[in-house]
Design a protein around this ligand. Sequence first.
Ligand code: SDX
Length: 436
Amino acid sequence: MKASDTKATLSFSNGGDSVELPIYKGTVGPDVIDIRKLYAQTGMFTYDPGFMSTAACQSAITYIDGDKGELLYRGYPIEQLATNCDFLETCHLLLYGELPDQGKKTNFTKLVTNHTMVNEQMQFFLRGFRRDAHPMAIMTGLVGALSAFYHDSTDINNPEHREIAAIRLIAKMPTLVAMAYKYTIGQPYMYPKNDLSYAGNFLHMMFATPCEEYKVNPVLERALDRIFILHADHEQNASTSTVRLCGSSGTNPFAAIAAGVACLWGPAHGGANEAALNMLYDIQKEGGVEKIGEFIKKVKDKNSNVKLMGFGHRVYKNYDPRAKLMQETCNEVLTELGLENDPLFKLAKELEKIALEDEYFVSRKLYPNVDFYSGIVQRAIGIPVPLFTAIFALARTVGWIAQLNEMIGDPEYKIGRPRQLFEGSPKRDVQPIGKR
Ligand code: SDX
Protein backbone atom coordinates (compact mmCIF):
# COMPACT_ATOMS: atom_id res chain seq x y z
CA MET A 1 0.00 0.00 0.00
CA LYS A 2 1.22 3.56 -0.54
CA ALA A 3 0.57 6.68 1.56
CA SER A 4 -1.93 9.08 0.03
CA ASP A 5 -0.97 12.77 0.00
CA THR A 6 -4.24 13.59 1.76
CA LYS A 7 -4.67 12.98 5.51
CA ALA A 8 -7.81 12.52 7.59
CA THR A 9 -8.24 14.96 10.48
CA LEU A 10 -10.47 13.86 13.33
CA SER A 11 -11.73 16.81 15.36
CA PHE A 12 -13.94 16.78 18.47
CA SER A 13 -16.87 19.10 19.15
CA ASN A 14 -15.89 19.17 22.85
CA GLY A 15 -12.69 21.05 21.95
CA GLY A 16 -10.42 18.00 22.44
CA ASP A 17 -7.19 17.92 20.39
CA SER A 18 -7.81 16.92 16.77
CA VAL A 19 -5.93 13.91 15.43
CA GLU A 20 -4.31 13.45 12.01
CA LEU A 21 -4.69 9.98 10.51
CA PRO A 22 -2.76 8.73 7.46
CA ILE A 23 -4.71 7.56 4.39
CA TYR A 24 -3.37 4.72 2.25
CA LYS A 25 -4.21 3.79 -1.33
CA GLY A 26 -4.42 0.27 -2.75
CA THR A 27 -4.14 -0.72 -6.43
CA VAL A 28 -7.91 -0.40 -6.94
CA GLY A 29 -10.85 0.10 -4.61
CA PRO A 30 -11.51 2.33 -1.58
CA ASP A 31 -8.61 4.04 0.23
CA VAL A 32 -8.20 3.28 3.95
CA ILE A 33 -7.78 5.51 6.99
CA ASP A 34 -5.10 4.05 9.26
CA ILE A 35 -6.57 4.13 12.80
CA ARG A 36 -3.95 1.89 14.44
CA LYS A 37 -2.76 4.76 16.65
CA LEU A 38 -6.26 6.12 17.39
CA TYR A 39 -6.64 4.50 20.84
CA ALA A 40 -3.16 5.61 21.95
CA GLN A 41 -3.84 9.16 20.75
CA THR A 42 -7.50 9.55 21.83
CA GLY A 43 -8.29 6.78 24.33
CA MET A 44 -11.20 5.86 22.06
CA PHE A 45 -12.02 2.86 19.84
CA THR A 46 -13.86 2.89 16.53
CA TYR A 47 -17.19 1.05 16.54
CA ASP A 48 -18.09 -1.15 13.54
CA PRO A 49 -19.98 -4.38 14.41
CA GLY A 50 -20.20 -6.55 11.25
CA PHE A 51 -17.19 -4.65 9.85
CA MET A 52 -19.37 -2.66 7.43
CA SER A 53 -16.59 -0.04 6.96
CA THR A 54 -13.49 -1.85 8.23
CA ALA A 55 -10.53 -3.22 6.28
CA ALA A 56 -9.02 -5.89 8.56
CA CYS A 57 -5.94 -6.49 6.40
CA GLN A 58 -4.18 -5.70 3.18
CA SER A 59 -4.39 -8.42 0.52
CA ALA A 60 -3.35 -9.02 -3.10
CA ILE A 61 -5.45 -12.12 -3.74
CA THR A 62 -9.07 -11.24 -4.65
CA TYR A 63 -10.84 -7.99 -5.46
CA ILE A 64 -14.60 -7.41 -5.71
CA ASP A 65 -16.16 -4.29 -7.21
CA GLY A 66 -19.64 -4.59 -5.66
CA ASP A 67 -21.15 -1.75 -7.70
CA LYS A 68 -19.92 -3.10 -11.04
CA GLY A 69 -20.52 -6.74 -10.07
CA GLU A 70 -16.89 -7.57 -10.83
CA LEU A 71 -14.77 -10.34 -9.24
CA LEU A 72 -11.01 -10.66 -9.89
CA TYR A 73 -8.69 -13.44 -8.68
CA ARG A 74 -5.16 -11.96 -8.74
CA GLY A 75 -6.48 -9.46 -11.33
CA TYR A 76 -8.11 -11.97 -13.68
CA PRO A 77 -11.92 -11.58 -14.15
CA ILE A 78 -13.84 -14.63 -12.90
CA GLU A 79 -15.60 -14.92 -16.29
CA GLN A 80 -12.26 -15.45 -18.05
CA LEU A 81 -10.97 -17.94 -15.47
CA ALA A 82 -14.23 -19.94 -15.51
CA THR A 83 -14.05 -20.15 -19.33
CA ASN A 84 -10.31 -20.54 -20.04
CA CYS A 85 -8.88 -22.31 -16.96
CA ASP A 86 -9.56 -25.27 -14.72
CA PHE A 87 -9.74 -25.41 -10.93
CA LEU A 88 -6.15 -26.54 -10.35
CA GLU A 89 -4.81 -23.70 -12.51
CA THR A 90 -6.98 -21.38 -10.41
CA CYS A 91 -5.55 -22.93 -7.21
CA HIS A 92 -2.01 -22.28 -8.51
CA LEU A 93 -3.02 -18.68 -9.29
CA LEU A 94 -4.54 -18.05 -5.84
CA LEU A 95 -1.66 -19.70 -3.97
CA TYR A 96 1.34 -18.36 -5.93
CA GLY A 97 -0.07 -15.25 -7.68
CA GLU A 98 0.34 -16.44 -11.29
CA LEU A 99 -1.39 -18.86 -13.67
CA PRO A 100 0.92 -21.84 -14.32
CA ASP A 101 2.54 -22.55 -17.69
CA GLN A 102 2.11 -26.12 -18.95
CA GLY A 103 5.17 -27.42 -17.08
CA LYS A 104 4.14 -25.85 -13.77
CA LYS A 105 0.55 -27.06 -14.27
CA THR A 106 1.73 -30.65 -14.82
CA ASN A 107 3.90 -30.55 -11.67
CA PHE A 108 1.21 -28.93 -9.52
CA THR A 109 -1.41 -31.42 -10.71
CA LYS A 110 0.94 -34.34 -9.94
CA LEU A 111 1.67 -32.89 -6.48
CA VAL A 112 -2.02 -32.54 -5.62
CA THR A 113 -2.91 -35.93 -7.13
CA ASN A 114 -0.27 -37.67 -5.00
CA HIS A 115 -1.77 -36.30 -1.78
CA THR A 116 -5.45 -37.24 -2.35
CA MET A 117 -5.45 -40.29 -0.03
CA VAL A 118 -6.12 -39.78 3.68
CA ASN A 119 -4.65 -41.80 6.54
CA GLU A 120 -6.49 -45.15 6.88
CA GLN A 121 -7.25 -44.26 10.52
CA MET A 122 -9.63 -41.52 9.27
CA GLN A 123 -12.33 -44.09 8.49
CA PHE A 124 -12.46 -45.07 12.18
CA PHE A 125 -12.90 -41.40 13.12
CA LEU A 126 -16.04 -41.31 10.97
CA ARG A 127 -17.54 -44.28 12.79
CA GLY A 128 -18.20 -42.05 15.81
CA PHE A 129 -20.87 -40.11 13.91
CA ARG A 130 -24.51 -41.11 13.53
CA ARG A 131 -25.23 -42.21 9.94
CA ASP A 132 -27.70 -39.33 9.61
CA ALA A 133 -25.19 -36.69 10.79
CA HIS A 134 -25.16 -33.53 8.65
CA PRO A 135 -22.13 -33.67 6.31
CA MET A 136 -20.95 -30.26 7.57
CA ALA A 137 -20.88 -31.62 11.15
CA ILE A 138 -18.70 -34.46 9.88
CA MET A 139 -16.49 -32.11 7.82
CA THR A 140 -15.92 -29.75 10.76
CA GLY A 141 -14.61 -32.77 12.69
CA LEU A 142 -12.63 -34.40 9.89
CA VAL A 143 -10.76 -31.24 8.81
CA GLY A 144 -9.73 -30.43 12.39
CA ALA A 145 -8.70 -34.08 12.84
CA LEU A 146 -6.21 -33.79 9.94
CA SER A 147 -3.90 -31.96 12.36
CA ALA A 148 -3.67 -35.25 14.30
CA PHE A 149 -2.07 -36.97 11.31
CA TYR A 150 0.29 -34.44 9.79
CA HIS A 151 2.61 -33.27 12.56
CA ASP A 152 5.22 -32.57 9.87
CA SER A 153 3.19 -29.66 8.47
CA THR A 154 1.61 -27.95 11.43
CA ASP A 155 4.18 -25.20 12.11
CA ILE A 156 2.40 -22.30 10.42
CA ASN A 157 5.57 -20.15 10.65
CA ASN A 158 7.59 -22.64 8.59
CA PRO A 159 7.11 -21.83 4.85
CA GLU A 160 7.68 -25.47 3.82
CA HIS A 161 5.02 -26.59 6.32
CA ARG A 162 2.61 -23.95 4.96
CA GLU A 163 3.24 -25.14 1.39
CA ILE A 164 2.72 -28.87 2.06
CA ALA A 165 -0.28 -28.20 4.34
CA ALA A 166 -1.89 -26.20 1.50
CA ILE A 167 -1.34 -29.05 -0.97
CA ARG A 168 -2.62 -31.65 1.51
CA LEU A 169 -5.78 -29.63 2.27
CA ILE A 170 -6.60 -28.98 -1.42
CA ALA A 171 -5.90 -32.63 -2.27
CA LYS A 172 -7.77 -34.25 0.61
CA MET A 173 -10.96 -32.18 0.81
CA PRO A 174 -12.65 -34.05 -2.09
CA THR A 175 -11.71 -37.39 -0.46
CA LEU A 176 -13.11 -36.28 2.92
CA VAL A 177 -16.34 -34.87 1.43
CA ALA A 178 -16.91 -38.07 -0.55
CA MET A 179 -16.22 -40.14 2.61
CA ALA A 180 -18.73 -38.01 4.57
CA TYR A 181 -21.31 -38.70 1.84
CA LYS A 182 -20.61 -42.45 1.55
CA TYR A 183 -20.82 -42.76 5.34
CA THR A 184 -24.30 -41.22 5.44
CA ILE A 185 -25.62 -43.59 2.76
CA GLY A 186 -23.94 -46.67 4.23
CA GLN A 187 -21.77 -47.37 1.19
CA PRO A 188 -18.06 -48.26 1.31
CA TYR A 189 -15.55 -45.48 0.66
CA MET A 190 -13.98 -45.27 -2.79
CA TYR A 191 -10.24 -44.57 -2.95
CA PRO A 192 -9.07 -41.71 -5.20
CA LYS A 193 -7.95 -42.65 -8.72
CA ASN A 194 -4.81 -40.86 -9.89
CA ASP A 195 -5.69 -41.11 -13.58
CA LEU A 196 -8.76 -38.88 -13.15
CA SER A 197 -9.01 -35.06 -13.08
CA TYR A 198 -9.63 -33.27 -9.77
CA ALA A 199 -13.39 -32.95 -10.46
CA GLY A 200 -13.60 -36.35 -12.18
CA ASN A 201 -11.91 -38.01 -9.21
CA PHE A 202 -14.42 -36.40 -6.85
CA LEU A 203 -17.35 -37.67 -8.94
CA HIS A 204 -15.74 -41.12 -8.95
CA MET A 205 -15.32 -41.15 -5.14
CA MET A 206 -18.92 -39.95 -4.75
CA PHE A 207 -20.76 -42.20 -7.17
CA ALA A 208 -18.62 -45.28 -7.94
CA THR A 209 -19.03 -48.43 -5.83
CA PRO A 210 -16.78 -51.50 -5.52
CA CYS A 211 -19.35 -53.29 -7.68
CA GLU A 212 -19.52 -50.72 -10.47
CA GLU A 213 -17.23 -48.16 -12.09
CA TYR A 214 -18.57 -44.59 -12.40
CA LYS A 215 -18.19 -43.31 -15.94
CA VAL A 216 -17.28 -39.62 -15.67
CA ASN A 217 -19.54 -37.51 -17.90
CA PRO A 218 -17.26 -34.76 -19.31
CA VAL A 219 -20.07 -32.15 -19.24
CA LEU A 220 -20.73 -32.81 -15.53
CA GLU A 221 -16.98 -32.96 -14.84
CA ARG A 222 -16.49 -29.54 -16.49
CA ALA A 223 -19.54 -28.11 -14.71
CA LEU A 224 -18.28 -29.25 -11.31
CA ASP A 225 -14.79 -27.94 -12.04
CA ARG A 226 -16.37 -24.55 -12.87
CA ILE A 227 -18.43 -24.63 -9.66
CA PHE A 228 -15.16 -25.12 -7.75
CA ILE A 229 -13.61 -22.13 -9.58
CA LEU A 230 -16.59 -19.88 -8.78
CA HIS A 231 -16.38 -20.72 -5.06
CA ALA A 232 -12.58 -20.62 -4.69
CA ASP A 233 -12.10 -17.26 -2.97
CA HIS A 234 -13.99 -14.06 -2.17
CA GLU A 235 -11.97 -11.41 -0.25
CA GLN A 236 -12.53 -11.16 3.52
CA ASN A 237 -15.93 -12.91 3.78
CA ALA A 238 -17.06 -14.30 7.14
CA SER A 239 -15.35 -17.70 6.87
CA THR A 240 -12.11 -16.28 5.44
CA SER A 241 -12.00 -13.69 8.22
CA THR A 242 -12.57 -16.56 10.67
CA VAL A 243 -9.62 -18.48 9.21
CA ARG A 244 -7.40 -15.39 9.42
CA LEU A 245 -8.41 -14.60 13.02
CA CYS A 246 -8.04 -18.26 14.06
CA GLY A 247 -4.68 -18.60 12.29
CA SER A 248 -3.41 -15.34 13.84
CA SER A 249 -2.94 -17.19 17.14
CA GLY A 250 -0.32 -19.38 15.42
CA THR A 251 -2.51 -22.48 15.45
CA ASN A 252 -1.89 -25.11 12.77
CA PRO A 253 -3.44 -24.64 9.29
CA PHE A 254 -5.78 -27.64 9.62
CA ALA A 255 -7.36 -26.20 12.78
CA ALA A 256 -7.70 -22.76 11.16
CA ILE A 257 -9.40 -24.23 8.06
CA ALA A 258 -11.72 -26.29 10.31
CA ALA A 259 -12.84 -22.98 11.86
CA GLY A 260 -13.61 -21.72 8.35
CA VAL A 261 -15.69 -24.86 7.64
CA ALA A 262 -17.70 -24.26 10.81
CA CYS A 263 -18.38 -20.60 9.92
CA LEU A 264 -19.29 -21.36 6.29
CA TRP A 265 -22.06 -23.71 7.47
CA GLY A 266 -24.31 -20.81 8.51
CA PRO A 267 -27.39 -20.11 6.29
CA ALA A 268 -26.40 -16.44 5.93
CA HIS A 269 -23.14 -17.61 4.35
CA GLY A 270 -22.25 -20.89 2.66
CA GLY A 271 -25.31 -22.67 4.06
CA ALA A 272 -27.46 -20.47 1.78
CA ASN A 273 -27.18 -22.87 -1.19
CA GLU A 274 -28.85 -25.65 0.80
CA ALA A 275 -31.40 -23.15 2.19
CA ALA A 276 -32.10 -21.72 -1.29
CA LEU A 277 -32.88 -25.14 -2.75
CA ASN A 278 -35.11 -26.04 0.20
CA MET A 279 -36.88 -22.69 -0.32
CA LEU A 280 -37.54 -23.61 -3.97
CA TYR A 281 -38.79 -27.04 -2.91
CA ASP A 282 -41.18 -25.40 -0.44
CA ILE A 283 -42.59 -22.98 -3.05
CA GLN A 284 -42.89 -25.92 -5.46
CA LYS A 285 -44.81 -27.92 -2.85
CA GLU A 286 -47.13 -24.93 -2.19
CA GLY A 287 -48.03 -24.79 -5.87
CA GLY A 288 -45.01 -23.49 -7.79
CA VAL A 289 -44.91 -20.37 -9.98
CA GLU A 290 -48.36 -19.08 -9.05
CA LYS A 291 -47.33 -19.11 -5.38
CA ILE A 292 -44.31 -16.83 -5.94
CA GLY A 293 -46.33 -13.66 -5.26
CA GLU A 294 -47.45 -14.97 -1.90
CA PHE A 295 -43.90 -15.97 -0.99
CA ILE A 296 -42.48 -12.56 -1.98
CA LYS A 297 -45.15 -10.93 0.20
CA LYS A 298 -43.91 -13.02 3.18
CA VAL A 299 -40.31 -12.02 2.46
CA LYS A 300 -41.29 -8.33 2.49
CA ASP A 301 -43.08 -8.72 5.82
CA LYS A 302 -40.35 -8.09 8.44
CA ASN A 303 -42.23 -10.13 11.06
CA SER A 304 -42.15 -13.25 8.92
CA ASN A 305 -38.36 -13.55 9.28
CA VAL A 306 -38.42 -15.12 5.81
CA LYS A 307 -35.55 -14.19 3.48
CA LEU A 308 -35.17 -14.88 -0.22
CA MET A 309 -32.24 -17.28 0.17
CA GLY A 310 -29.55 -16.95 -2.47
CA PHE A 311 -30.34 -13.23 -2.80
CA GLY A 312 -28.49 -10.19 -1.44
CA HIS A 313 -24.87 -9.63 -0.55
CA ARG A 314 -22.79 -7.42 1.75
CA VAL A 315 -20.53 -6.32 -1.10
CA TYR A 316 -22.37 -6.91 -4.40
CA LYS A 317 -24.93 -4.16 -4.99
CA ASN A 318 -25.24 -5.43 -8.53
CA TYR A 319 -25.56 -8.89 -10.04
CA ASP A 320 -23.05 -11.39 -8.53
CA PRO A 321 -21.00 -12.41 -11.60
CA ARG A 322 -20.82 -15.94 -10.19
CA ALA A 323 -24.63 -16.20 -10.24
CA LYS A 324 -24.65 -15.46 -13.98
CA LEU A 325 -21.97 -18.10 -14.65
CA MET A 326 -23.79 -20.56 -12.37
CA GLN A 327 -27.02 -20.02 -14.32
CA GLU A 328 -25.16 -20.75 -17.58
CA THR A 329 -23.68 -23.90 -16.02
CA CYS A 330 -27.19 -24.85 -14.93
CA ASN A 331 -28.39 -24.56 -18.53
CA GLU A 332 -25.50 -26.70 -19.84
CA VAL A 333 -25.99 -29.48 -17.28
CA LEU A 334 -29.79 -29.59 -17.53
CA THR A 335 -29.58 -29.67 -21.35
CA GLU A 336 -26.95 -32.44 -21.22
CA LEU A 337 -29.23 -34.45 -18.94
CA GLY A 338 -32.37 -33.72 -20.96
CA LEU A 339 -33.83 -31.76 -18.02
CA GLU A 340 -34.27 -28.42 -19.85
CA ASN A 341 -37.77 -28.23 -18.44
CA ASP A 342 -36.64 -28.88 -14.89
CA PRO A 343 -39.51 -27.28 -12.88
CA LEU A 344 -37.17 -26.02 -10.12
CA PHE A 345 -34.92 -24.22 -12.63
CA LYS A 346 -37.95 -22.61 -14.28
CA LEU A 347 -39.28 -21.65 -10.84
CA ALA A 348 -35.91 -20.11 -9.87
CA LYS A 349 -35.74 -18.05 -13.08
CA GLU A 350 -39.34 -16.85 -12.59
CA LEU A 351 -38.63 -16.01 -8.92
CA GLU A 352 -35.51 -14.03 -9.95
CA LYS A 353 -37.47 -12.17 -12.66
CA ILE A 354 -40.30 -11.19 -10.27
CA ALA A 355 -37.87 -10.18 -7.48
CA LEU A 356 -35.78 -8.01 -9.81
CA GLU A 357 -38.93 -6.09 -10.82
CA ASP A 358 -40.09 -5.60 -7.21
CA GLU A 359 -39.28 -2.26 -5.56
CA TYR A 360 -38.38 -3.98 -2.23
CA PHE A 361 -35.46 -5.80 -3.87
CA VAL A 362 -34.56 -3.05 -6.34
CA SER A 363 -34.39 -0.37 -3.63
CA ARG A 364 -32.18 -2.59 -1.45
CA LYS A 365 -30.01 -3.64 -4.44
CA LEU A 366 -30.71 -7.29 -3.76
CA TYR A 367 -29.60 -9.55 -6.62
CA PRO A 368 -29.03 -13.30 -6.92
CA ASN A 369 -25.71 -14.37 -5.38
CA VAL A 370 -23.54 -17.44 -5.96
CA ASP A 371 -25.91 -19.61 -3.89
CA PHE A 372 -29.11 -18.98 -5.85
CA TYR A 373 -28.49 -21.35 -8.78
CA SER A 374 -25.69 -23.51 -7.41
CA GLY A 375 -28.09 -25.88 -5.66
CA ILE A 376 -30.08 -26.58 -8.83
CA VAL A 377 -27.00 -27.56 -10.83
CA GLN A 378 -25.52 -29.64 -7.98
CA ARG A 379 -28.85 -31.46 -7.54
CA ALA A 380 -28.95 -32.15 -11.31
CA ILE A 381 -25.42 -33.63 -11.08
CA GLY A 382 -26.78 -35.93 -8.36
CA ILE A 383 -25.27 -34.26 -5.31
CA PRO A 384 -27.65 -34.48 -2.33
CA VAL A 385 -28.86 -31.16 -0.87
CA PRO A 386 -27.19 -31.56 2.57
CA LEU A 387 -23.82 -31.90 0.80
CA PHE A 388 -24.00 -28.54 -1.06
CA THR A 389 -22.19 -26.55 1.62
CA ALA A 390 -19.53 -29.24 1.97
CA ILE A 391 -18.84 -28.78 -1.77
CA PHE A 392 -18.59 -25.02 -1.14
CA ALA A 393 -16.07 -25.75 1.66
CA LEU A 394 -14.13 -28.10 -0.65
CA ALA A 395 -13.76 -25.33 -3.23
CA ARG A 396 -13.15 -22.49 -0.74
CA THR A 397 -10.30 -24.34 0.99
CA VAL A 398 -7.78 -22.99 -1.54
CA GLY A 399 -8.95 -19.41 -0.86
CA TRP A 400 -8.82 -19.91 2.89
CA ILE A 401 -5.29 -21.34 2.83
CA ALA A 402 -4.05 -18.72 0.36
CA GLN A 403 -5.41 -15.92 2.59
CA LEU A 404 -4.00 -17.58 5.74
CA ASN A 405 -0.56 -17.98 4.16
CA GLU A 406 -0.66 -14.37 2.93
CA MET A 407 -1.39 -13.18 6.48
CA ILE A 408 1.34 -15.31 8.10
CA GLY A 409 3.78 -14.15 5.42
CA ASP A 410 3.02 -10.47 6.23
CA PRO A 411 5.69 -9.18 8.65
CA GLU A 412 3.13 -6.66 10.02
CA TYR A 413 0.58 -9.29 11.12
CA LYS A 414 -0.34 -9.60 14.82
CA ILE A 415 -2.77 -11.78 16.72
CA GLY A 416 -6.28 -10.42 16.09
CA ARG A 417 -7.89 -9.07 19.27
CA PRO A 418 -10.85 -6.65 18.74
CA ARG A 419 -12.02 -4.40 21.59
CA GLN A 420 -15.61 -3.49 22.61
CA LEU A 421 -18.01 -0.79 23.77
CA PHE A 422 -18.83 -2.03 27.30
CA GLU A 423 -22.36 -1.38 28.50
CA GLY A 424 -22.62 -3.88 31.34
CA SER A 425 -22.56 -3.27 35.11
CA PRO A 426 -19.78 -1.07 36.58
CA LYS A 427 -17.67 -2.67 39.38
CA ARG A 428 -19.75 -3.93 42.34
CA ASP A 429 -19.08 -6.17 45.40
CA VAL A 430 -20.29 -9.74 45.83
CA GLN A 431 -22.93 -9.93 48.60
CA PRO A 432 -23.23 -13.03 50.87
CA ILE A 433 -25.92 -15.33 49.52
CA GLY A 434 -28.29 -14.38 52.39
CA LYS A 435 -28.17 -10.78 51.20
CA ARG A 436 -28.62 -11.40 47.43
C1 SDX B 1 -22.22 -15.92 0.64
O1 SDX B 1 -19.28 -12.22 1.99
C2 SDX B 1 -19.15 -12.99 1.02
O2 SDX B 1 -18.41 -12.74 0.10
C3 SDX B 1 -19.98 -14.28 1.10
C4 SDX B 1 -19.98 -15.17 -0.15
C5 SDX B 1 -18.62 -15.78 -0.40
O3 SDX B 1 -18.36 -16.16 -1.55
O4 SDX B 1 -17.86 -15.98 0.58
O5 SDX B 1 -20.34 -14.39 -1.28
C6 SDX B 1 -20.95 -16.33 -0.01
O6 SDX B 1 -22.33 -16.02 1.82
C7 SDX B 1 -23.30 -15.32 -0.22
C8 SDX B 1 -24.54 -14.85 0.62
C9 SDX B 1 -25.40 -16.09 0.92
N1 SDX B 1 -26.49 -15.73 1.85
C10 SDX B 1 -27.76 -15.71 1.46
O7 SDX B 1 -28.13 -15.84 0.29
C11 SDX B 1 -28.74 -15.52 2.61
C12 SDX B 1 -29.76 -14.42 2.24
N2 SDX B 1 -29.04 -13.14 2.17
C13 SDX B 1 -29.10 -12.29 3.36
O8 SDX B 1 -29.09 -12.98 4.58
C14 SDX B 1 -28.16 -11.08 3.25
O9 SDX B 1 -28.36 -10.55 2.00
C15 SDX B 1 -26.68 -11.25 3.49
C16 SDX B 1 -26.38 -11.90 4.78
C17 SDX B 1 -26.06 -12.03 2.38
C18 SDX B 1 -26.06 -9.84 3.48
O10 SDX B 1 -26.55 -9.21 4.59
P1 SDX B 1 -26.16 -7.66 4.92
O11 SDX B 1 -25.11 -7.16 4.02
O12 SDX B 1 -25.93 -7.60 6.39
O13 SDX B 1 -27.43 -6.87 4.52
P2 SDX B 1 -28.69 -6.67 5.43
O14 SDX B 1 -29.05 -7.97 6.10
O15 SDX B 1 -28.43 -5.50 6.31
O16 SDX B 1 -29.81 -6.34 4.33
C19 SDX B 1 -30.09 -5.02 3.95
C20 SDX B 1 -31.61 -5.00 3.77
C21 SDX B 1 -32.37 -5.41 5.03
O17 SDX B 1 -33.66 -4.82 4.96
P3 SDX B 1 -33.89 -3.35 5.71
O18 SDX B 1 -33.39 -3.54 7.13
O19 SDX B 1 -33.10 -2.37 4.92
O20 SDX B 1 -35.39 -3.16 5.63
O21 SDX B 1 -31.97 -5.96 2.77
C22 SDX B 1 -32.80 -6.97 3.34
C23 SDX B 1 -32.57 -6.90 4.85
O22 SDX B 1 -33.72 -7.39 5.53
N3 SDX B 1 -32.32 -8.24 2.80
C24 SDX B 1 -33.14 -9.22 2.40
C25 SDX B 1 -32.28 -10.23 1.91
N4 SDX B 1 -31.00 -9.84 2.03
C26 SDX B 1 -31.04 -8.61 2.59
N5 SDX B 1 -34.48 -9.34 2.39
C27 SDX B 1 -34.97 -10.50 1.89
N6 SDX B 1 -34.22 -11.51 1.40
C28 SDX B 1 -32.88 -11.41 1.39
N7 SDX B 1 -32.13 -12.40 0.90
